[in-house]
Design a protein around this ligand. Structure first.
Ligand SMILES: [Zn+2]
Ligand SMILES: [Zn+2]
Length: 141
């Protein structure tokens, strides 16, 4: 496994404490929302400001070190699993997110029925449904 600092250096980023803490929080809490990332960062680094976490998340996302998922109607989630064109299944009820591997094996795993002349290199699919827990609780009166 590649260390957090190497990942930052590979992205030509200065290795700062907030960046290291944010990236390690996203790595250990896949699909965490911003509040969860802040809480996880503060466990290691109690004095970090909200703004420093937001700024680090934004920068890491822009550079492709972190991937942002924004399911409609739910808060944005972050993950450090990038570049493998995996998809997500999202619970309509509680917003739980899980990874779904690319269905074909390489990107873009779906062929567009009309590519409009674009050179398509990525397909991002969100599967919607009810997670096992919400299926169970919707059955109980
Ligand atoms: Zn659910
Ligand atoms: Zn994911």
């Amino acid at each position: 496994m590649v260390g957090i600092e190497e990942v930052l250096r590979a992205a030509s980023l200065r290795v700062t404490r907030p960046r290291v803490a944010v990236l390690s929080a996203v790595t250990s809490h896949p699909h965490a929302d911003t509040e969860t990332v802040i809480a996880a960062v503060r466990e290691q680094y109690p004095t970090v400001s909200h703004q420093a976490v937001y700024d680090s998340l934004k920068l890491l996302t822009e550079l492709g070190v972190v991937r942002k998922i924004q399911p409609h109607g739910h808060s944005a989630r972050y993950e450090a699993r990038v570049g493998d064109n995996h998809h997500h299944v999202v619970c309509r009820n509680c917003g739980m997110v899980a990874d779904v591997d690319c269905s074909v094996g390489d990107s873009p795993c779906l062929c567009a029925s009309d590519d409009h002349g674009f050179l398509i290199d990525e397909a991002e699919v969100i599967y919607w449904g009810l997670c096992p827990e919400c299926q169970f609780s919707s059955q109980t009166p």
